[in-house]
Write a protein that binds this ligand. Structure first.
Ligand code: ZN
Length: 66
């Protein structure tokens, strides 16, 4: 599935920024801020696709391969 994703705030089509790698595990790191429950996974690298809204700057992350 790769349907167009729209912003949850202003319904503008989100732009794919690219795939970002986040460290998982531990209390620190940007992944902990966005994905609290992923902390329960063992430490590793989590790749997420980052989309941003050109209208309002809202950012969303998705797991690749959805
Ligand atoms: Zn927006």
């Amino acid at each position: 599935m790769n349907a167009e994703i729209t912003c949850t705030h202003c319904s503008t089509a989100l732009e794919l920024v690219g795939e970002e790698d986040f460290r998982t595990g531990g209390a620190a790191g940007i992944a902990a801020m966005f994905l609290g429950n992923f902390n329960q996974l063992s430490e590793g690298i989590l790749a997420l696709q980052m989309y941003r809204c050109p209208q309002c700057g809202h950012v969303e992350f998705f797991l690749p391969g959805r």
